[in-house]
Design a protein around this ligand. Structure first.
Ligand SMILES: Cc1cc2nc3c(=O)[nH]c(=O)nc-3n(C[C@H](O)[C@H](O)[C@H](O)COP(=O)(O)O)c2cc1C
Length: 151
């Protein structure tokens, strides 16, 4: 039976959503039963119901979460420590090195998922504006690591 994977994107102008679709295809090619959602379409309880999670999130403002990510991020921060025990996760952060707080929102997701008990499957990647090749490479590597982890 194929394992479930949730692919979440935090975005304002769609870059993270497009990468989430790439991740979706790669994960399906590796027999994952995938769900792709914007961060405003799920709750912390939805995160608890999954074994495998890829977060793809851009940064806006001065190091802030994109609009569709704010509520879920705050709810996750407020959730009990350890409540995401057993959740395997990896974070792809999108940003722009022209900003002081490069990829800050993705860094925050990577930190909070660990703090709530998640198990980091791959190191986060922080992508600058020309991210296509490195993001694709990271997604392939990461999905391979989810597979190695027992999927
Ligand atoms: C007004 C504005 C503010 C931004 N602020 C940041 C920032 O603080 N840190 C960062 O790393 N990138 C920042 N970015 C860059 C975006 O994160 C980057 O363009 C990203 O690819 C957008 O992805 P999205 O379309 O999924 O939202 C900013 C971009 C704009 C237009």
């Amino acid at each position: 039976m194929s394992k479930k994977m949730l692919i979440l994107y935090g975005t304002e102008t769609g870059n993270s959503e497009l990468l989430a679709m790439d991740a979706d295809k790669l994960a399906q090619d590796n027999d994952f039963d995938t769900t792709v959602n914007g961060m405003d379409e799920v709750t912390v309880d939805d995160l608890k119901g999954h074994d495998n999670l890829i977060v793809i999130c851009s940064t806006w403002g001065d190091g802030e979460q994109p609009d569709n990510a704010i509520d879920l991020y705050e709810a996750t921060v407020d959730a009990d420590d350890g409540c995401l025990g057993g959740l395997n996760f990896a974070v792809l952060a999108l940003g722009d090195t022209a900003f002081d707080l490069f990829c800050e929102a993705g860094i925050q997701w990577d930190d909070v998922l660990e703090q709530k008990g998640g198990n980091r499957i791959n190191d986060r990647i922080d992508c600058d504006t020309d991210y296509d090749d490195e993001a694709e490479e990271w997604l392939e590597e990461t999905i391979g690591l989810f597979v190695d982890n027992g999927a």
